[in-house]
Every structure is written in C-alpha cells, then in structure tokens.
Design a protein around this ligand. Structure first.
Ligand SMILES: Nc1ncnc2c1ncn2[C@@H]1O[C@H](COP(=O)(O)OP(=O)(O)OP(=O)(O)O)[C@@H](O)[C@H]1O
Ligand SMILES: [Mg+2]
Length: 363
C-alpha cells in the first residue's frame, strides 16, 4: 500500500515544481501505470517513492508508515531504472544476483530464481557476458531480471520495455503482468506506450507538468476523459478536437465548413456554452455518404487505414477497418457517431458534462 499526500518536488537548481501536489492511494497488489509527456515528472515521482530523491513537501506512506526519510534499502522495493544502471564490471549473472547476495539469500535459492528469471527474459545464454557486450534491449532485460529475482513486494519500473522490439515487447508485457499477478506485487509502472498503459494497468494516472490530470481504470480514462489534455493524450491517433459553433436551427456543431449533426438534447444542453468538440478517429466513418472532406494523406496499416483531412486549419484523422483505396486531394465523405462526441469547455478545457444520451443518429 502506497499513499502520497500533497507530494511536491522542486529540484535545488530549478525554480519550477517538477511534481505538484500529487495525492493518490495505491492498493496492495495493484498494477498502477503512470503516463504523461516527456518531462512531466514521472521518473521524479518514482524516484521519490524509491527514496532516491528527497520529497520537497508532502507525505509518502508505505504500508501506513510515513516513509519520507526511510533509507531506500528499508523500503523493500525493487526498481527498474529508465537507464538500467548495470554494473559494467560484473557479468549478467552477477548483475542479476547482486541484490540477493547483499541480502544473504542462500545460494540454492539464488540459482533457482536466476534460472527462472533468465529464462523468462530470454537471457539464459548470456549469463556470463558483460553489459558492454549486450544490445540495449538485452541490457534492459538484465535490469528486469534483477527486479524479478528480488521478489520485493513493491516494484517500480521506469519504461522497462522502451528498447525492445515490438514482438518482444508484447511478450514481456504479458510476462510482467503475469508475474505481478502471480506474486501479488504492487507495481508502479511508468510508460509512454499507450498499449502498455491500456493493457497492463488496473489503473492509470495521467500526469502533465507535474500535476495529476486524471486517475482511473484504462476504460474510464479512454471513454470518459475529464479534460481535453487526457482526451488527446490517450488514444492513437489522438482524438480530433476543434472549436465549434452550435447551430440551434440546424441542430449541428459547425467546425469550419463541416456540419456535425447533433441530437436536439445535445443542442439544448450546449447552446449557451462556449465549447470545443472532440471525436476519436475510430468514431468517424469514411464512405459514400456524409460530409465531403479533402484527403490530405492516407496511412494503410494492413488491417486498418487512417485518413487525414483538414478541418478548419486542424488536421483530423479517421480510422477505418481494412485497406482504404483513396489518394491525396480526393474527396471522401465522413460521418460522425453522435453518441461518441466529446465537448470541452473552452475557458477551462474541462469536459462539459452531459446528461445521458441514448439517441443515436448518423447523418
Ligand atoms: N536532477 C535534476 N535537476 C533539476 N531538474 C531536474 C532533474 N531531474 C529532472 N529534472 C526536471 O524535472 C522535470 C521532470 O523530469 P522527469 O525526469 O521526472 O520527467 P519524466 O516524466 O520522467 O520524463 P521522460 O518521459 O522524458 O523520462 C523536468 O522538467 C526535468 O527537466
Ligand atoms: Mg523519465
């Protein structure tokens, strides 16, 4: 159990807060994912929990005990760093087992855990190699194995899969999740990767500029983003967002020359507010019917295609199944799923809360 209360961090040589007023409670056995753009304070937060960086203000408790000043070694956690931090003069095996030796774990037990962990991360034939003889991805896996053998009840991982190829990454994703669940480890996991965040996490915390934007289950974050930042940060390609005017006579939201049909209920709720409209690429269909737009570019990915088009000076995308055959400057027609529209208050960028919408129309 880890609780942060109003945790702030200001680095000595800086006048900006790297982490601002973060309060969150992480449950025992939870897989908790931290995401946010580069420089938003993810590593700083993780390092404060590990005890490698002091906390400027606020309180950190581990298992109900205030731990701000606890030595790292007394926090009973393992950590995989963003830059792996291996000992260059030790072999892979020695690197993996280093912590266990320090803790005086019996040799037999050490060997058992080593064999298991090495197999899991695919390094069995590299145990005698030195870190300099390994690729970046292999080094990263040594760091992972070191965390796995420690069997600490809390594990902190900072982008542990960033240097692996797509196939290995998908495999390690499952392995890590599996180990975490099997051993009931409390995991705090930093990633840039949308897929990792969505598929591994019990909950996700989205950070921006050191501040919490939203904490919730992956689907909550995806379906009910609380503000425009979260809406556009999670999801790939990003949610399309633009200023819009609500036309109460036609029941449409107008974005440039685009007319997005709304329900009467939406219009009445939105008519007196200055809002921006958002829709995810997968909720726009492309075909013979709907609004005409000019294709800017098409990305055909094999099983799906992404069509980019300009809407009122913004580049919007539609994501459709299959292999779309259209070219730049061609006109295609797009339709919007009205029950999937998002609205954000323009002044605050907060999500505009709507009453339940059951009616579904596409025009
Ligand atoms: N040792 C340091 N001294 C001063 N400022 C620092 C230090 N380490 C980090 N910062 C600053 O604190 C902010 C947060 O950095 P941090 O490393 O936590 O970001 P991050 O979210 O992990 O980014 P990335 O995704 O790129 O790893 C950044 O603005 C960074 O410049
Ligand atoms: Mg970082």
């Amino acid at each position: 159990m880890i609780t942060l209360q109003n945790v702030c961090k200001t680095y000595e040589n800086s006048n900006q807060k790297a982490v601002q007023d973060v309060s969150v409670h992480i449950q025992k056995g939870e897989f908790f994912v931290l995401v946010g753009p580069s420089g938003c304070g993810k590593s700083t937060l993780l390092r404060m929990i590990a005890g490698l960086e002091n906390i400027s203000s606020g309180e950190l408790s581990i298992n109900g005990v205030v731990s701000n000043d606890l030595q790292p070694k007394d926090r009973h956690l393992s950590m995989v760093f963003q830059n792996y931090a291996l000992y260059p003069h030790l072999t892979v095996e020695e690197n993996i087992l280093f912590g266990l030796k320090v803790r005086k774990i019996a040799k037999e037990e050490r060997q058992k855990r080593l064999t298991e962990a090495a197999k899991l991360v695919g390094l069995t034939s590299y145990l005698k190699a030195k870190p300099r003889e390994l690729s970046g991805g292999q080094r990263q896996r040594v760091a992972l194995a070191r965390a796995i053998v420690s069997q600490a009840p809390i594990c902190l991982m900072d982008e542990p899969l960033s240097n692996l190829d797509a196939k290995l990454r998908a495999q390690m994703r499952m392995e890590i999740r599996d180990i975490q669940q099997r051993l009931g480890i409390t995991m705090i996991y930093v990633t840039h990767d949308q897929i990792e965040a969505m598929t591994m996490g019990d909950r996700i915390m989205v950070l921006n500029k050191g501040e919490i934007q939203q904490v919730g289950s992956p689907l909550d974050i995806y379906n009910k983003p609380e503000n425009e930042f979260v809406a556009t940060f999670i999801g790939s390609p990003s949610m399309n967002v633009a200023d819009c005017q609500i036309d109460t006579t036609q029941n449409t939201a107008n974005v440039g020359s685009l007319r997005i049909p709304l329900t009467g209920s939406l219009v009445s709720q939105l008519q007196h507010t200055d809002v921006r409209i958002g829709i995810r690429p997968e909720h726009i269909s492309v075909g013979e019917q709907g609004q005409p737009v000019i294709v800017q570019s098409v990305e055909v990915l094999g099983n799906e295609s992404i069509v980019n088009f300009v809407v009122d000076n913004n580049m919007w995308s539609a994501k459709v199944a299959g292999q779309l055959k259209c070219k730049r400057d061609e006109i295609v027609h797009v339709q919007f799923q009205v029950d999937k529209l998002h609205f954000f208050e323009r002044s605050t960028a907060e999500t505009f809360s709507l009453h339940n919408e059951q009616e579904v129309i596409t025009t």
